[in-house]
Ligand binder design. Structure first.
Ligand code: DAH
Length: 339
């Protein structure tokens, strides 16, 4: 009997099966009720008493080894069966987190939407510009101190190449390529040589608007501004225009809105004046029209420009400008509900 057990032990060690049916046949051969091991168990009672202990141990060893081997072969088939070694296809997928729209994009789109309703369409221009489009064509005289109003990044080897300091440069790009009537809104990024702090950055965003046609007047400008302010900040918003200076507009003005944080009563944000400045504007200077090939005796126009960060701050009270460019998803997520 011991010899038979030894023989079966060898067979068990060498077992292999190349598919599930073969494996089942092996299981029947060794482990089923009528299998080889059970046959031996049945013969066990005929074993001489003094041999029972050794034969019993060997028989148990055979049974465990056969079970282990067949289980191992079974596991091997199951992991091969799904065709992807060790890959658990039943596991749930990694959650895909949707990004959120950037607050600057949200506000930019709102500004564009409001002006689109007034018939303005989007125009864009390059961020790397030349002196002509950023300054000269906009009536900034050579060596005029107005050029210092904006700290410009120049390229050392090419002093004519600048990073645009304002989106007013897109006005000139459009005027030189199209004829009035012109009604455009120009969103974009601008650059200024400023030390970065919570209230200034070396790049930020602006939206410029330009309307040129016959008989465009300051009244048209004021009406567009009032509509914009009410749409953007609420129907109770008031506007106030203060005389100002820009080389490319004459007359020029800066527009304040009644502080939408305190409702005009006075708070730290509006420095207790009840008003906050939001944009520059004016009637396009005839020199600018002429420089860009438009007859200033036939056409007139208005222009305005605003900083998107400023508008965003007014709407959402972002305390530190640097937050806009840090890409901290916790900050960005706060604007999830805003669009
Ligand atoms: N370009 C000006 C700036 O960056 C803003 C501005 C003022 C734009 C008056 C205009 C305007 O179109 O008419 O400060």
């Amino acid at each position: 009997m011991i010899a038979k057990i030894e023989q079966l032990l060898k067979e068990v060690e060498a077992l292999h099966a190349s598919n599930a049916e073969e494996l089942e046949a092996l299981r029947i051969k060794f482990l089923s009720k009528k299998g080889a091991i059970n046959d031996l168990m049945a013969d066990f009672r005929n074993v001489a008493a003094e041999q029972k202990k050794e034969v019993g141990m060997r028989l148990n060893e055979l049974k465990t080894k056969a079970q282990d081997k067949i289980n191992a072969l079974k596991e091997q088939f199951e992991s091969q069966d799904n065709g992807c070694d060790g890959l658990d296809l039943t596991r749930s997928a990694y959650p895909v987190k949707l990004g959120t729209r950037h607050p600057i994009t949200i506000v930019k789109n709102e500004v564009i939407d409001i002006f689109a309703r007034l018939g303005f369409s989007i125009a864009e221009g390059p961020e790397i510009e030349d002196d002509w489009h950023v300054f000269s064509a906009l009536n900034f005289a050579e060596d005029h101190p107005a050029r210092d109003m904006q700290d410009t990044f120049f390229i050392e080897a090419h002093p004519d190449v600048v990073l645009r300091t304002h989106t007013s440069s897109v006005q000139t790009r459009v005027m030189e390529t199209s004829k009035p009537p012109i009604r455009i809104i120009c969103p974009g990024r601008v650059y200024r040589n400023e030390a970065i702090s919570y209230r200034a950055h070396c790049f930020f965003h602006q939206v410029e608007a330009l309307y040129i046609d016959k008989d465009v007047s300051f009244t048209d400008l004021k009406q567009a501004l009032l509509l914009f302010a009410k749409e953007m900040f609420g129907a109770d918003t008031k506007i106030r225009l203060r005389p100002s200076y820009f080389p490319f507009t004459e007359p020029s003005a800066e527009m304040d809105i009644s502080c939408n944080i305190c409702g005009g009563k006075g708070c730290p944000f509006c420095k207790h004046t009840g008003w906050v400045e939001i944009l520059g504007c004016g009637m396009v200077d005839p020199n600018v029209l002429e420089s860009n090939g438009i007859d200033s005796k036939v056409y007139s126009g208005y222009a305005l420009g605003m900083g998107i960060e400023r508008i965003t701050n007014l709407k959402y009270q972002v305390k530190d400008l640097r937050m806009f460019s840090e890409n901290d998803t916790r900050f960005l997520k706060e604007f999830e509900a805003a669009y």
